[in-house]
Design a binder for this molecule. Structure first.
Ligand SMILES: [Zn+2]
Length: 291
């Protein structure tokens, strides 16, 4: 029988199984390897190669891990709530409609917590999971592994990301993360480059979803953008249907025109109700597991 999406996640919640990072024999090695990468950073596919230990800044401009907020989030998918979301400052994308631009674009904002301090916060929160997010968590991979190295609590780890990671980063997360909560934004490279300043989006995002789908359980989010049903939403949903197994898909309609969207006429409005309806019924007709 094929497993249900999130079956293992629920086994961890019920105490029947352990969170993967607790079972990972190479966590110590992964922490060391991630620290070495900081000297020539390739955590994301921009592969800047800067030495962040020496204070060089790459595209994301993230140096030490800064947390803009951490709290119990009640607005995530029902399977995840209450979720202990840990928001890192800084991002590997530059989305012109970013709804968190006050953290994504300002990696210097927020507070540095020593790993033991963050461990204490995680231990004191009564949540179903730890939800590593931002901005994007990718530039802080070494820090996150370091925190897990001293955590010890049986709680699922959720990687909440734009999935523009390098393969090296995905390998470091293998056997550590329990659920990938991914953001599949675009169905072609042109929209990705124009709206998020990302090159080669499709190749990387497809590759990473295929790898992540083999590693562990997944929830895929897609935020429907106004006027992007044909170029983005439908091709993404088609691709998920054809290529991924055992995943939940969240077709999201809460797009708000923010930040610099005045300069982009196609996305300078909220979604029409009919657009969301069309996106959801398209996904339903494909037979995707929607949440
Ligand atoms: Zn598009």
């Amino acid at each position: 029988m094929t497993p249900k999406p999130l079956e293992r996640y629920y086994s961890i919640l019920s105490g029947k199984e352990k969170a993967r990072y607790l079972l990972c024999p190479s966590l110590g090695e992964k922490i060391k390897a991630a620290k070495r990468i900081l000297e020539k950073c390739i955590f994301c596919e921009r592969r800047c190669g800067v030495n962040r230990i020496k204070g060089e800044m790459g595209y994301c401009r993230v140096l030490e891990a800064r947390i803009s907020s951490e709290f119990i989030h009640l607005g995530e998918e029902s399977h995840l709530v209450p979720s202990h979301t840990i928001f890192f400052s800084g991002c590997t994308f530059r989305c012109v409609y970013c709804q968190n631009y006050d953290i994504s674009y300002y990696p210097e904002r927020g507070i540095y917590f020593r790993p033991e301090q963050l461990v204490e916060k995680i231990n004191n929160r009564n949540a179903r999971n730890v939800n590593w997010v931002g901005g994007d968590p990718t530039p802080n991979l070494a820090y996150i592994l370091g925190v897990l190295g001293c955590l010890g609590k049986n709680i699922p780890q959720v990687w909440n990301s734009n999935m523009y990671l390098s393969e090296e980063s995905l390998n470091l997360l293998d056997g550590v993360i329990d659920v990938y909560l991914t953001d599949f934004k675009y169905g072609n490279d042109g929209c990705a480059e124009r709206l998020s300043d990302v090159k080669g989006y499709m190749r990387i995002i497809k590759r990473n979803h295929l790898i992540a789908n083999k590693q562990c359980e997944m929830i895929i989010r897609h935020l429907v953008l106004p006027n992007h049903l044909e170029c983005c939403t439908k091709p993404i949903l088609d691709w998920i249907k054809e290529n991924l197994d055992n995943v939940y898909v969240n077709v999201m309609g809460q797009y708000r025109p923010e930040y610099r969207v005045m300069e982009y006429a196609d996305i300078n409005r909220r979604l029409h109700y009919g657009e969301l309806e069309e996106a959801v019924s398209y996904a339903e007709n494909l037979g995707l597991d929607l949440i």
